[in-house]
Design a protein around this ligand. Structure first.
Ligand SMILES: [Zn+2]
Length: 272
């Protein structure tokens, strides 16, 4: 999320920046779109599928819920755990995804910089995050100087990493949602440029939602006076598309991708 000055608002306005996924590109949102999700070709089925977490697994005729484990980097304020849980309750209500809190963490998600001959590429350090936190999702408040996931003036960022194979359906396996410390925001889950709206937006990215063109939705990329305090109809449609209504998986997941190791094995230098 970028921080932009805006005379119209009389204060700082906030711009969210698209999630940077490990794979794939995010097309610009149409002006009137109210929801957007990412599609990718699943090597398991050969079909284009919605990139999403595992809401449940059906194996041997038995369906079990898969709770997404998450850790919170509170930035020193333990009350933020409860705040995150309020946001995730909204995600659960609209998507059917379930979350399991595994504790606080001091880990700061970041990108590795892969130095390809054609230019640098930033990739989410999914495997490193999993190893450090034992959580599938990290939600946190961090100083802008502590991570390279903020490319500039963003107030927040959300990202996912997904993987699949001929034996494992494509799915999100690691995610992060970060809010930058020190950004002036309204407290609570209120309309306008509030910390609650920002958190819902970045968590939206971390469950697979992309930006939309309609200012009425949480997933609009710029926070302003029009920003709602909760997910709206388009956001909720997107949450269903990445949630339990989209169905259970029938294969076991793979470990989080380690693009750093892949790049290094290909002779590409990496800066961590
Ligand atoms: Zn965004």
């Amino acid at each position: 999320m970028s921080l932009l000055s805006s005379a119209a608002l009389g204060a700082a306005a906030l711009t969210t920046v698209a999630l940077t996924a490990t794979i794939g590109a995010h097309p610009a949102a149409a002006a009137t779109s109210t929801y957007a999700v990412t599609h990718a070709t699943d090597p398991y089925s050969g079909r284009s599928v919605v990139v999403r977490w595992t809401p449940c697994v059906t194996s041997g005729g038995v369906t079990s819920t898969h709770p997404i484990t998450y850790a919170v980097n509170t930035g020193g304020y333990l009350s933020r755990v409860t705040f995150v849980q309020r946001a995730l309750a909204q995600v659960s209500a609209d998507s059917g995804l379930r979350f399991r809190y595994v504790g606080t963490t001091s880990y700061v998600p970041r990108y590795a910089v892969l130095h390809y001959p054609t230019g640098n590429r930033l990739v989410f350090e999914a495997a490193q995050q999993r190893a450090a936190t034992h959580a599938e999702l990290v939600i946190g408040w961090v100083p802008g100087t502590r991570t390279n996931m903020f490319s500039g003036r963003e107030a927040g960022v959300g990202t996912v990493s997904w993987t699949g194979s001929s034996r494992s359906q494509l799915r999100v396996v690691e995610g992060a949602a970060l809010l930058k410390i020190g950004v002036p925001l309204r407290a609570g889950f209120t309309t306008g440029a509030s910390v609650g709206s920002l958190l819902l937006h970045e968590i939206g990215h971390s469950v697979g939602l992309d930006h939309v063109g309609a200012t009425s939705q949480i997933m609009y990329p710029v926070l302003g006076s029009y920003t709602p305090a909760s997910y709206q109809s388009g956001d909720r449609t997107g949450l269903r598309l990445v949630g339990r209504p989209a169905g259970c998986f029938v294969t076991a997941p793979l470990a989080p991708p380690d693009p750093v190791a892949i790049a290094r094995s290909a002779g590409v230098s990496v800066t961590l």
